[in-house]
Design a protein around this ligand. Structure first.
Ligand code: FAD
Length: 433
């Protein structure tokens, strides 16, 4: 089947969470020179924000995508978790909203821009491989009919999210442990931890949030980590900070300071790996030490520059970034502006990696943006002739992260409701790193 029509470029969008919806909105906007279809393996838009009780496999035998848990409230204000052009109409009295309120926002976005008609639900992308002339063959399984369908496209935009493939570190002695072991991907609620002792490994946003959730019912939560920023945080009385694990034994943990704790379960909050199982080797994309390569600006497949990845960078204002990345991809897919040469893209990427490593980032952190966000957004805008993300968004993002680190127990309270986004004080760009 061929979707090329009226000289428009045919584009496959893979995945229909926030990134896929933003892509659909821009690609189907009036005047767009793109004709697109979105393949979504589940029966809903929203991706991460769709809660399911299921863990392991879904009803079609595919790995469950969402890592959402029942109690989750966003860790950023909803005012910067909106896609440009469609304000969050969620509860007026609070900024930090529940997962179902985020999902409602995304469903409303899809309705408002009339996007559902472009989505093939229950369609799992099985394989993508390059054809002559920078075109693509996309093999899709219609899960309801159990049919294989093959399409050809001029471009592919990958919007499958980054939080579905658990990263589980090697822990000495782990095979001896008799209690329960789970990863945060499979965490749904705290009930199985009631009156039990648990060690939580890792204290990124999920590790902290889930530890606090479990501590409401658990006997004890031992939070094992090496994050200096968390050391002085205030914790509930049944939560104890521990250093990294030295060894696991049958019924407990020996920590690197020599102390021992008996525990009933181990909860890995050790993050996720980027994974693109449907890309054939000919696509040229590798994931090395959790770095997706070779990508120009964390978006463009340098080997085949009609393939774009949306949403890879972390530690940034994700929703605005994804919207900008989508528009960036659109500019080049439509041919309005030409990408730099392959050599220039390789060199730009090499310099980016070099400067990140020189600043002390670990190789597995090469997609983290943090204080580099503004330069990143500005560089996308400059290359494609688009408007960059407003500095106020980043200011709210950084202030939100500070509040989160300083006052984890209370940062979502109503007193922190963002009052006036339009008059928020922007300290950028003079602020120190
Ligand atoms: P996703 O939402 O993951 O959507 C990807 C879609 O692709 C899914 O619908 C999936 O079914 C589909 N898909 C995957 N593979 C295929 C395939 N082969 N074929 C067809 N379809 C496929 N961000 C924030 O800014 N603030 C927060 O507070 C926040 N909290 C979070 C809490 C948790 C527990 C998690 C896991 C993430 C959180 N995030 C948060 C990050 C969140 O993932 C992003 O905000 C955003 O929603 C990601 O959107 P996405 O479209 O890139 O990916």
């Amino acid at each position: 089947m061929c979707l090329a029509q009226e000289n428009k470029k045919s584009v496959a969008i893979i995945g229909c969470g926030a990134a896929g919806l933003a892509a659909l909105k821009h690609f189907t906007a009036e005047g767009s020179m793109i004709k697109c279809v979105s393949f979504e393996q589940t029966d809903n838009v929203g991706g991460t924000w769709v809660y399911t009780d299921r863990v392991g496999k879904d009803k079609y035998g595919l790995p469950v995508h969402s890592s959402m848990y029942k109690s989750l409230r966003t860790n950023l204000p909803k005012e910067i978790m909106e896609l440009p052009g469609f304000p969050h109409k969620g509860p007026e009295d609070k900024s930090y909203v529940a997962a179902n309120e985020m999902l409602k926002y995304l469903e409303d976005y899809a309705d408002h821009f009339d996007l559902i008609k472009h989505i093939k639900f229950h369609h799992h992308v099985k394989e993508v491989s390059p054809l002559e002339g920078n075109r693509w063959r996309v093999t899709v399984i219609d899960l309801q009919e159990n049919n294989v369908e093959i399409f050809e496209f001029d471009g592919v935009v990958i919007c499958i999210g980054n939080y579905s493939n658990p990263a589980i570190p090697e822990v000495p002695g782990i095979e001896k442990f008799r209690g329960m072991k789970i990863h945060s991907h499979d965490y749904r609620d705290s009930s199985v931890f009631k009156d039990k002792s648990t060690v939580v490994i890792g204290c990124g946003p999920s590790g902290l949030d889930i530890s606090f959730d479990i501590a409401k019912v658990a006997e004890k939560v031992y939070l094992s980590h090496h994050n200096q920023r968390v050391k002085n945080m205030k914790f509930p009385s049944n939560m104890v900070q521990k250093v990294d694990i030295k060894e696991v034994v049958e019924n407990g943990i020996v920590f690197q300071d020599g102390s021992y704790q008996q525990v009933d379960s181990i909860l890995y909050c050790t993050g996720y790996n980027y994974k693109y199982p449907f890309l054939s080797p000919e696509c040229g994309i590798r994931v090395e030490n959790n770095h997706v390569t070779p990508l120009f600006k964390h978006i463009v497949n340098i080997e085949h520059p009609t393939m774009y990845f949306i949403g890879i960078p972390t530690n940034t204002a994700g929703f605005c970034m994804m919207d900008l990345q989508v528009q960036f991809a659109k500019t080049f897919l439509e041919g309005q502006v030409k990408l730099p040469s392959k050599e220039e893209m390789i060199e730009d990427t090499r310099l980016d990696v070099e400067s990140r490593l020189a600043s002390g980032m670990r190789p597995k952190e090469l997609h983290m943006m943090g204080r580099r966000s503004k330069d990143y957004y500005d560089s996308l805008a400059a290359l494609s002739g688009l408007e960059s993300v407003s500095p106020v968004v980043l200011q709210i993002y950084f202030d939100g992260i500070d509040r989160f680190m300083c006052d984890f127990s209370h940062f979502r309270e109503d007193k922190y409701k963002l009052l006036d986004k339009d008059h928020y004080m922007v300290k950028f760009p003079n602020e120190e790193e």
